[in-house]
Design a protein around this ligand. Structure first.
Ligand SMILES: [Zn+2]
Length: 493
């Protein structure tokens, strides 16, 4: 049969191309030039080009015929993905996470389960129905509910459509109305069905996680939630310039981190603080300690690199026309007696906005230290953002009157990627200002900012996750603290 032949061909060519991608990674000629982020590029080609190939054929062939080929195809994709990132094997829950869309905390490697094949089949029937009717007079619709399979007045196609819709409704998906077909209704129905299928995958993932020991389950739930949202954009970035490039080792480390695999295997923390004192604490293998260990400065590395990225994007050579940024500005409105509480950066002359000071914080969503982060996404990022705002008041707490002519925004991130709402909003505003000033498409510009900022955070994560020595804060406390002379923490030190 033609369908079988075509599908065999698709699987065979996918296998060949997948092998080629893996070969690219082992090729010494290519390795000579390290600048082109091979892991990052190969993963993108795999997801956007190769993994999409089956869909083209699957749309018009009975899902039951496609299913066995689809599962072989998915196997090839998964195997290749793991080879590229150099992971030996994954637990079932990690495989499910890998298949989820980026915004739901996954890695976007879609799978072609039978329900997905049915969704594609039904939506493409809806799509072509009006054209087929116009050209042939034949109405594309599922066989009626009462029709028996041996009733020859309906075609094989109509029965396939009927059974696909019936099976999808068992998955909780509303049956489409074939009285209203065409591109718009097809798209609307398909995306609704797709969301429902993702929800089912998410539920399956939660059920898988329930089988883990209690604490592991909490860690994993917090991790998947923290991986979602805007901050997952780094996985969709093409390495087109130094801002969006993630070096091969870094890319492998941060994908392992995303999937909850080990990233470092010494048992004792290797960090030494600025005074030369080793941390010496017990160190887990998933990065929980390393990413929050104060002695190594890992605590600050992500923080400093995102601040620098915002400054470069807003006020660098190619930034928002006219905008200026200052690193560690002195803000008399918020005098501090403790270290680290002054604003990190200030943005001035932003078109259409007040001057804005920002303070950044990158936190690890650890359910042991932060209650609730294993059940609600962004718990830690939002809490830290509120805390930062409380430390940098712009409005009077009692009468809500503005105290200062400038604004404050918290740049609050979770290490796995989640951004606080306020941070997303501020980033959007800056990106929009640049797009408006330069006549660019705002949506594309906003995406570019999300991508660049999330890449900078993940590059910083990777270094810390591998236990590499990170610069501790060598800088002395600001001189104004000395000049006050009655600063208690310093006097006693
Ligand atoms: Zn440590």
């Amino acid at each position: 049969m033609l369908a079988h032949e075509k599908l065999r061909e698709v699987v065979a060519s996918a296998e060949k191309e997948a092998d080629f991608l893996v070969k690219l990674l082992c090729d010494e000629q290519c390795a000579a030039d390290e600048s082109w982020s091979r892991v990052q590029s190969c993963l993108l080609i795999l997801r956007y080009s190769l993994a999409a190939k089956l869909i083209y054929f699957a749309q018009t062939i009975d899902p039951l015929i496609v299913a066995p080929y689809a599962s072989r195809f998915d196997d090839i994709m998964l195997r290749t993905y793991l080879k590229i990132v150099d992971i030996d094997e994954l637990r079932d829950d990690q495989k499910l996470q890998l298949s989820l869309p980026l915004r739901h905390g996954g890695c976007g490697l879609r799978t072609h389960a039978i329900s997905e094949l049915r969704r594609l089949f039904v939506s493409s029937a809806m799509l072509v129905a009006p054209a087929v009717h116009a050209a042939t007079g034949f109405s594309v619709a599922p066989a009626p509910t009462g029709a028996q399979d041996d009733d020859a007045s309906f075609s094989h196609f109509e029965y396939s459509l009927k059974s696909s819709i019936k099976n999808l409704s068992a998955d909780g998906i509303t049956s489409p109305d074939f009285n209203f077909t065409g591109p718009l209704s097809a798209k609307k129905w398909a995306s609704g069905a797709s969301e429902k299928l993702y929800k089912n995958t998410k539920n399956a993932l939660e059920e898988e996680l329930e089988n883990l020991p209690r604490l592991e389950c909490k860690y994993a739930n917090a991790r998947v939630l923290s991986c979602g949202g805007t901050g997952a954009q780094w996985l969709a970035q093409a390495p087109t310039c130094h801002l969006t490039q993630i070096p091969d080792d870094d890319m492998r480390s941060v994908i392992r981190f995303r999937l909850g695999k080990e990233t470092f295997c010494a048992d004792i923390c290797p960090h030494i603080n600025a005074d030369g004192v080793p941390c010496g604490k017990q160190c887990d293998r998933e990065g929980r300690h390393l990413l929050s260990c104060p002695s190594g400065g890992g605590f600050f590395v992500g923080h400093d690199s995102v601040c620098a990225t915002y400054c470069a994007l807003a006020a660098g050579a190619d930034g928002i026309p006219g905008a200026q940024a200052a690193w560690k500005p002195r803000v008399d409105a918020w005098p501090r007696s403790t270290r680290g509480a002054e604003a990190d950066a200030g943005f001035f002359r932003l078109p259409g906005s007040r001057d804005t000071y920002v303070d950044a914080v990158c936190s690890y969503a650890n359910p042991v230290t932060y209650r609730g982060c294993d059940s609600t996404a962004g718990t830690v990022a939002e809490w830290k953002a509120r805390k930062k705002n409380a430390e940098h008041p712009v409005f009077d707490a009692q009468n809500h009157r503005r105290l200062h002519p400038f604004d404050f925004r918290a740049l609050s991130f979770e290490r796995h990627g989640y951004w606080a709402k306020e941070t997303v909003g501020f980033t959007k505003k800056l990106a929009f200002a640049r797009a408006a000033a330069l006549g660019l498409d705002p949506a594309a510009e906003i995406c570019r900012w999300y991508g660049i900022i999330s890449c900078s955070l993940q590059r910083a994560n990777a270094k810390i996750l591998r236990g590499e020595p990170v610069p501790a804060r060598h800088s002395a406390p600001p001189p104004r603290l000395f000049s006050l002379g009655r600063d208690l923490p310093l006097v006693s030190a």
